[in-house]
Design a protein around this ligand. Sequence first.
Ligand code: GCU
Length: 437
Amino acid sequence: MTHRAYSALLLATALLASNAIAQMPAGYNADESAIQPYTLLDPLTFSNGRPVRTPADWPRRRAELLHLFEQNVYGHTPAAANHIPLRVHIDETDTQALNGKAIRKQITIYFSSRLEAGPKEHLLLYLPTHHHGPTPVILGLNFFGNQTVLADPGIRLNPTWTRPPKSTEPAHLVTPDEKSRGLQTQQWQVEKVLASGYGFATIYCGDIDPDFTNSIQLGVRPLFYPAGQTAPAPDDWGALGTWAWGLSRALDYLQTDKQVDAKRVAITGHSRLGKAANWAAAQDPRFAIVLSTESGKAGQSIYRRRYGEDIAHLQHSFPHWFCENYAKWVGHETEIPVDGNLLLALIAPRPLYVASAQDDLWSDPHAEFLSAVDVSRVYTFLGHQGLTTTTLPQPDQAVDSPIQHDVAYHIRTGKHDVTAYDWGQYLHFLDQRWGRQ
Ligand code: GCU
């Protein structure tokens, strides 16, 4: 990695972890009292106005919701992409990693029959050596490369995308600097996860699709164009869809690893990668638990409150995340036929932890709570227990961790980030559902 690229990585890391994103840019509503009356979309009413009467009706409503998200937000995952054979290479297994505390495996998952030459993702997997038997695993995408999640010299430095300061210059792949190891240690808390008896797995999102506009040719999307197609159709998947798909391909591998309990894979993600985690769990029922951190608008938050980020901002700054149809909803927050509460409904009745941060006004933490409240009706409807409060809890006081509750929530003090506090709550939530490891 060049010095300039490394500085760009440091800057990007600092930005993600700083208040720069948490603070509200001028011109966006940050005033609770200015919110206009709105009606939430009802997960338990079909689009034609008929009620979802019994749990037996739910699969039909669920299919309808999935279709609405595909059509209007994330785009369709091409059928061909969902049926690729699993092609992996175990690049490394170290049974004495982290001073003997973990088994570390690094696995390349190939997406095309061209193997090395085609797109692929690199899965980093740690399993705690003190755990006996197949191990439950927490899986999530990372922003800057696997080596950033922990300062472990054994993690391979796979190429990551770098963006030159001038946006006119093309982005390119570089091998990261040794100095980037462990830059996101606080955000991932890998050693704490392992000490709690869980495995930890991660992939760099840019392996699947680079996170910048006009990058389609550099990611997986062209691989699945039918013959003759050269550009995306209006409802073809965007980067969020590809990232979600990449998570499912990692799960395909985990299902073949006898040291992993693939029926107990929790999925997590922060911010844009939280949106991707939500969408992955919505589409793929094999993900057993969702730990969703500040996924904001186009994630667990609610457009209809018109507070914080809006569709215009998402569409103008990150058009590559979405299908082209999403542009139709710019300025139409109260008309878009989906919202955060419906996205969470696609996760029901699997255990779901929704986390917010008090200063993350851009994501609208209050709306994230209201989504968790509203989706709780779906859990109850399906015979499970959701949140039992409708009042935003005090910061740093998690609600509804008791074992019988399948929806939990906290709002933490501080900015847009993932902290040891968040992880502490998540691990407690997993312990209660899966038993202490
Ligand atoms: C931007 C974007 C958010 C997103 C966030 C992130 O702030 O507007 O929607 O969640 O980036 O991914 O960090």
